[in-house]
Design a protein around this ligand. Structure first.
Ligand SMILES: [Fe+2]
Length: 216
């Protein structure tokens, strides 16, 4: 019975490939465990321009409830709870940070001399809250209204210990004006997903959840 032909000698390339595959297989559990043990770095919430209407002077009433300005209450627009958590890139709650929002009234007017000072005085227009121990924040406001050239949006800023960590804008998912808005159109797909959130109907008006991730 003839002997089988001898196996050809392994080329240097084949030896290298076998060694590389072997090393990768040996390292796989360690890599997997490492990824599991370390929290994944989160993507920071994308920044956007501050725009021209950040208040020159903060209102005397600057709390979380934009539907009450001093003694006045604001009956216009669709009430919204805007809420979420503020965390750093590792997911740690950013307790003690401050979140500010500012936006136009239901008729599209800001409390700002640059917008003619015509905003409804019953609308607070600006609010500031301190982030809780669990990272949570919450505002009562209205679904933002469109104004000339802009789709509905809420301006938002995060500060920590005097440092500005983020300035951005929150958009309403599904609003037909988004696709025509010059700022929204220039966001890439990931940034649109991060800044555009559903305003969901609940038994207590609309609810918009906007999680915020910042490099602290
Ligand atoms: Fe604006």
């Amino acid at each position: 019975m003839p002997l089988p032909p001898p196996r050809p000698p392994m080329t240097a390339h084949a030896r290298l490939r076998r060694r590389t595959v072997g090393l990768a297989l040996a390292a796989a559990p360690a890599l997997w465990l490492g990824a599991w043990a370390r929290p994944a770095a989160r993507r920071p919430t994308p920044a956007q321009t501050e725009g021209p209407f950040y208040p020159r002077q903060l209102p005397a009433d600057a709390d979380h409830d934009l539907l009450r300005n001093g003694a006045a209450s604001y009956p216009e627009g669709q009430p919204v709870w805007l809420e979420g958590n503020v965390s750093d890139l590792t997911g740690r709650p950013l307790a003690g940070a401050q979140v500010e929002i500012w936006q136009c009234d239901h008729a599209g007017r800001y409390h700002h001399p640059g917008d003619g000072g015509r905003a409804d005085p019953r609308f607070q227009g600006f609010g500031r809250v301190t982030v809780a121990a669990d990272g949570g924040y919450r505002f009562r406001t209205i679904r933002p209204a469109p104004y000339t050239g802009r789709t509905p949006h809420i301006h938002l800023k995060v500060r920590l210990g005097g440092r500005e960590l983020l300035t951005t804008q929150v958009y309403v998912a599904g609003d037909p004006g988004n696709a025509r808005d010059f700022l929204w159109r220039h966001l890439d797909e990931d940034a649109r997903a991060a800044l555009t959130v559903p305003f969901v109907r609940t038994g207590d008006g609309l609810l918009a959840r906007f999680p915020i991730v910042v490099a602290a």
